[in-house]
Design a binder for this molecule. Sequence first.
Ligand code: AMP
Length: 427
Amino acid sequence: MSFTDLGLKPELARAVAEKGYVTPTPIQREAIPAVLAGRDVLAGAQTGTGKTAAFILPILQNLASQQARAPRALVLTPTRELAAQVAESARDYGRHTGLRTLVIFGGVSEKPQIEALRTGCDLLVATPGRLLDLAQQQLLDLRQVRCCVLDEADRMLDMGFINDIRRILKLLPGERQNLMFSATYSEDIRELASRLLRNPVAIQVAARNAAAERIEQQVYRVPKEHKRHLLAHLIVSGNWHQVLVFTRTKHGANRLTEQLVGSGVRAVAIHGNKSQGARVRALTDFKENRVTALVATEVAARGLDIKELPHVVNYELPNVPEYYVHRIGRTARAGGSGSAISLVSPDEAPLLREIEKLLRRTLPVAALPAYAVTAAPAAAGARVAAVPVQRHEGRRWQSGPRPGRRPPSRGRAPSPSASFPRARRPV
Ligand code: AMP
């Protein structure tokens, strides 16, 4: 099946061919005809499935070539990165149509965005906060919007955007097409869908809440204070050239980045406290292989599209099990394969159980390799001595330290509570 078989016009089919797409992905096969027919859509699709083209292509076709000053299609995304990425895709896909796409998001000056809005656009991609800001200042007219997309709707709800979304929807004409994309389904999502969508076409391209099957998932059970050493070991000994590492906090991301740099790994952090410029630079450096490890918090990593990302590491497990599905979805995108490794300390055992319940499977536990435990940096940013203080012999932390071989972590052995009662065998 080709893109023209789905009813797409030659100028759009040409643009996707130029992107190197040969056949539509499953979500594209199902969503494109439905959106072209003007139907509302509720799609359960993980990131990496090609969902952006699944809604952008038919929207561009429905907009035809008529150009207006006020936007006629609106895509709402939870993060700036995703907004920028969706807009970039829309410009690529629409390059032969003459349609104009604009993107607006917070964290940067509004001035250029206001200027751009004055010149007009057909498709507007936005994060909710900045969109509302500009609409409330009467700088943006949403009365022409005929199609509204909530992309990564579950994320938007998790990030507390529900009130902003409600306010935005009030600014749109009642008569319009609505599309909703979500990787996971909670009661809140179902509720929002039932209020927003009229007789939607329901599309589910992967089993509900299932992690992508091509992703090889593994768990290392490791004391918290050893995580950084193990991670540095995995990166260096595995010759990894690109790894996305998730931490739970911005501070944690900064600290781990410093520690990795201290271990000789080129690493950079990306999180909400970084300026937009720094975030873009970090992402570009990572994509272009100038840094090996991108250390990210949940929110900052959302929507990042990095081609053929081979490794994702959960340095800390997420508090919300669904986030695990999202995080590991950063690898094995669009037909590739990838590995997702979780470093799980004893206190995270309940979180792991929750994730496994969601996945309906037990994640394989890998035997710990022998990794070197190095001294802490003398000062922030200082290089760690290259000499291993002591080697940790590969084994599972299952019954506390062996007699006579204190596991070294700045001279301290892991506390008894840092032991797991029983290591699970790989399944
Ligand atoms: P998305 O799920 O929209 O974030 O897309 C994930 C990745 O898949 C992006 O890098 C797209 O450029 C790519 N992609 C989308 N559709 C196709 C397709 N039909 N064939 C190959 N790659 C695709």
